[in-house]
Ligand binder design. Sequence first.
Ligand code: NA7
Length: 289
Amino acid sequence: MKPSVGLIGLGLMGKPMGRNLLRAGFPLTVWNRTASRAEELVRAGATRAANPRDAAAHADVLITIVSDPPALEEVLFGENGALGGLRPGSALVDSSTVSPELARRVARSCGERGVEFLDAPVTGGTWGAEKGELVFMIGGPGETLERVKPVLGAMGRRFFHLGPHGAGQTIKLGMNLLLALQVDALAESLALVTSAGVPAERLIEVMQASMGRSPLLDVKAPLILHGEFPASFPLRLMLKDMRLALEMGRQHGVTLPTLSAAAATYAEVQEGSHDDPDFAAVARFWKKS
Ligand code: NA7
């Protein structure tokens, strides 16, 4: 018999993950703060939970994927929080991107209740979530990973076991630091080239010829060239991750000067954006002048 799965957080990432869990035949209970966002999955066969605690009580494996550390604290530790519902012997898998510190705190709280825990943030964006091709970055015991792998396998193809609790979040923040800087650097370079009267496309062509193809040049560059930014990975969440990485740097005594400068650029664009754009919209920084 397939384990029953609970899913909390049906945003851009959580909803397609839920669809894939249903397609794979897992009995699924869902909860989302904005109840209307659960309707599609309920119509497709999921059970609607009354609150996070209720979603947890039905689950052998509970997955959380909410926006940020306060959201995760709310759904786990808040009123009718999921931690109060998890049964001993069940497992919690958190795929939100939060601080490694919070991941370790959640691991301790789970341990006190006899619940297994993995921090398991994902990469692949909405495309990867829809195709069931997410990449999971995992911190926690290897045995727990083996136990929940059949469930994660409905949503992703690759699982990197990176170390103890917090290691998944650590690598995820390191990765997003790099992605944020790459896109910021590309936008800055395009701004310089176009300001000198040479079409932006020419820079991309030469880069592709010299460096080969990459998601930066093939996926993000066209968004910047067309000035259209439908969110695959929203800028507000990238900014959150940059701030989490800066905080981690402070904790570990590592100065991150390039990241600090880029975070200021992203923050300015976020403040001036009235839509919810992809993080490639950092290019708007150079449009205002
Ligand atoms: P979205 O599309 O912004 O979705 C965020 C989800 O988190 C959504 O279900 C929200 O519920 C939920 N949320 C946010 N704040 C709260 C609080 N306070 N309590 C309960 N639920 C909350 O993000 P993505 O799906 O793209 O990304 C999710 C994570 O993966 C994030 O950490 C990324 O960095 C990576 P709502 O529908 O707004 O009521």
